[in-house]
Design a protein around this ligand. Structure first.
Ligand code: ZN
Ligand code: ZN
Length: 418
């Protein structure tokens, strides 16, 4: 960011904090949390800060106008101690980070691209580790977040809460807090006392379960003994067996609409055979106890396992393991602005989450601005429904939230607010 743009963004952040300081989140046991900030003008993080009262915290933010604001998910005896051991860890919220960046969204091929800085080769979609043409690792990446990306992240978040945290882990929804991160996804905080005691290794077990790591269908689906019925999973089974059984039921009920998806896994011939025997298969899987005899007989064990694998892939949840297993994590403070987008971190109730979309109303800023693009931006790219494509050095007039978003990402400079 050039000096003029930094000045403009900083003063806009200041207006926000002066006007909306009451929106700055007050975490429970605030006194026992570590706070950390990154400023506009200096590199690096200012860490190990602690505040006695919410007012002190708000005053600090209004006086310093940080670019990024974080707080510890952990509760410490002495949060301001510089040595992690001296802080005296008591417990920590469990945090799940669901980031559009980690999801295989199809829209990525519409808005992400990369270019090899060694040979100039470029392509759309996710960047490779090394250039397939020349083998260089010197690759420039351009990524974008669109409304579809955030929609995927939102659905993943709802799945985490509704299919895992509440039913499987027995967490009271009142002890779950969800926040839009201000950029690419959502943070889910579990503030249940029992769970807050868990060690890093125990948290890893939770992640493995949610991501279905180590789930071996080859073991869960043994070979059928000739002439015997083949017992199936029950939709009421706990854990992954029940999840798979429910997903299988859904798949078979919607079989005709999803036939091509099934064909892709078991082949055309087998999909036909499934369709021919569909009613019988559904009756059997809903039987008490359920049977997968016809299902097994028609497509065979290998295909059955392949079919169940796609159900697992659908049901598992892509959480960022590093975040969840970290018991001393710093996480964005709700109510503060994200310095890479200018959007606030927003706490969402479960109903708000269902209605959440990436749109201009998320931004607290109004008005327009003149900007100059610092890089070429593909013609089809939009943010908040506004087209932002153009060549390097192009001058544009855009809405203020868009101008802030592009400048914070380093893609534009603000000439003036109009
Ligand atoms: Zn190359
Ligand atoms: Zn997208």
């Amino acid at each position: 960011m050039d000096d003029r743009t930094v000045k403009i963004i900083e003063s806009l952040f200041k207006t926000y904090y002066v006007k909306h300081k009451h929106k700055i989140y007050e975490p429970p046991q605030l006194k026992n949390r570590e706070f950390a900030f990154q400023m506009f003008k200096s590199q690096g993080m200012i860490r190990h800060l602690a505040f006695e009262t919410p007012d002190e915290l708000r005053k600090y933010i209004v006086n310093n106008i940080p670019r990024h604001s974080f707080y510890s998910t952990a509760i410490y005896i002495l949060p301001s101690a510089h040595d992690m051991d001296e802080k005296g860890w008591i417990n920590a919220e469990i945090v799940f980070d669901i980031d559009a960046d980690h999801l295989d969204t199809e829209c990525r091929n519409e808005h992400d691209f990369w270019q090899c800085l060694n040979c100039g080769h470029k392509d759309k979609g996710k960047a490779p580790e090394v250039c397939p043409k020349c083998g260089s690792k010197n690759i420039k990446i351009f990524t974008w977040v669109c409304a579809k990306c955030l929609d995927r992240a939102k659905n993943e978040t709802l799945k985490l809460i509704e299919d895992f945290l509440v039913p499987d882990f027995g967490i009271n929804p009142n002890n779950i807090m969800v926040a839009f991160s201000g950029h690419r996804g959502f943070h889910i905080h579990v503030m249940d006392e029992e769970y807050m005691k868990l060690s890093s290794e125990e948290r890893r077990e939770l992640v493995d379960y949610i991501k279905a790591l180590g789930l071996k269908l080859e073991i869960l689906v043994p070979k059928r003994r000739k002439g015997k019925e083949f017992p199936g999973f029950d939709v009421n089974d706990p854990g992954w067996r029940g999840k798979i059984a429910r997903k299988l039921y859904d798949l078979l009920i919607e079989f005709e609409e999803r036939k091509s998806e099934v064909e892709g896994v078991v082949g055309k011939k087998n999909a036909e055979k499934l369709l021919e025997n569909l009613d019988r298969i559904i009756v059997e899987i809903m039987d008490k106890p359920p049977k997968w005899t016809t299902l097994y007989r028609v497509i065979g064990r290998k295909n059955l396992i392949e079919l169940l694998k796609i159900l697992v892939k659908d049901e598992k949840c892509e959480v960022d393991e590093k975040v969840t297993i970290d018991t001393k994590r710093l996480i964005r403070l709700p109510g503060t602005l994200h310095g890479k987008t200018g959007l606030p971190v927003i706490i969402l109730g479960l109903e708000d989450l269902e209605d959440f979309t990436l749109n201009i109303s998320l931004s607290p800023f109004k008005g327009k601005a003149k900007i100059i693009l610092l890089e070429e931006i593909p013609q089809n790219l939009t943010i908040f429904g506004e087209n932002v494509g153009g060549k390097m050095k192009d001058k544009k007039e855009v809405r203020l939230p868009t101008a802030i978003y592009l400048s914070c990402k380093g893609l534009a400079e603000i000439e003036e607010i109009i």
